[in-house]
Design a protein around this ligand. Structure first.
Ligand SMILES: [Zn+2]
Length: 288
């Protein structure tokens, strides 16, 4: 476990918020930067320590952190459905139309490559990268995708091959060096290229629920951005914000939910989206 300065602003002064334990009864401290208000796990486990949490089990067993067989057709089609919704909400198609026919995209933290596959079917030359072994193997062998098991920051890219689009779907909160990752993405994009990212949002719902907030998965989720926090970070690195949406009321879909719960979720999800108070957010930025 290592004490590190704030990834956004470099300050070492933090205000403690609360502690949270994981399924192994390991306790992690959640703190907030006194200067820029970024919420983070501190001290943090090293990348090597965190790697042990992303075993195959993470993708196969249902828990509050992992997936109920991430490789199943059901999960895959649900994830693709959410990609479709996010792209629609971010007006992706109208920008996509302005591009030439040779479009390259890269999904960082692509897991089993579902977005890589989605974009390939949309006519893009599509690439993916992830550090976890099992999903990358699945993406390459079962789906035949151009996906590599690599740490994005260690990757020695060919400087001539730039991308029109780089995506970080629910992955920035997992990264040890999110700011450095965004900086590298900036160098890899063509001028006018875009980044799309989604992450859980530190906002009203998170503050109300505190340690029981559904996205407080420690230590996999290391950083919790507010809408203004992630926007200002990207703007400081040379990106211009094009659009954002927030969604998710915190009420998760339950298989055996009662009638009242279903009604409540049915009402709450559109309401928080309308009020821009969801606990998830998706954003698009353009390289200036
Ligand atoms: Zn800070």
């Amino acid at each position: 476990m290592e004490r590190i300065p704030c990834n956004t602003c470099g300050s070492s002064e933090f205000k403690p918020l609360f502690s949270k334990s994981n399924h192994k009864n390991e306790v992690f401290r959640i703190v907030q930067c006194k200067r820029c208000a970024l919420v983070q796990v501190s001290p943090q486990p090293s990348p090597e320590e965190v790697a042990s949490y992303y075993s195959e089990e993470y993708f196969l067993k249902r828990s509050d952190r992992g997936y109920d067989n991430y490789f199943s057709d059901g999960v895959r089609s649900e994830i693709s459905r959410v990609f479709g919704l996010n792209l629609k909400d971010l007006d992706f198609a109208s920008w996509e139309k302005t591009l030439s026919s040779e479009k390259r995209c890269l999904d960082v933290g692509c897991a089993a490559g579902y977005f890589v596959d989605y974009m390939q079917q949309r006519g893009w030359d599509s690439y993916g990268m992830d550090i976890a072994e099992a999903p990358v193997k699945f993406a390459r062998e079962k789906l035949g995708l151009k996906v590599e098991q690599k740490d994005f920051l260690q990757w020695k890219e060919n400087p001539a091959e730039k991308f029109d689009l780089i995506t970080l779907w629910a992955s920035i909160e997992h990264l040890h060096k999110p700011k450095e990752t965004l900086e590298k993405i900036h160098t890899l994009l063509k001028p006018g290229g875009r980044i799309l990212l989604s992450t859980c949002k530190w906002g009203v719902l998170a503050k109300l629920q505190g340690p029981s907030w559904r996205y407080l998965n420690v230590p996999e989720h290391l950083y919790y951005y507010s809408l203004s926090g992630i926007t200002e970070l990207c703007e400081s690195l040379g990106f211009e914000k094009k659009k954002h949406i927030t969604y998710g009321s915190g009420l998760t879909a339950r298989k055996n939910a009662g009638f009242l719960y279903k009604i409540l979720k049915h009402l709450a999800d559109p309401t928080v989206k309308f009020l821009d108070q969801g606990d998830m957010m998706a954003l698009s930025f353009e390289k200036k």
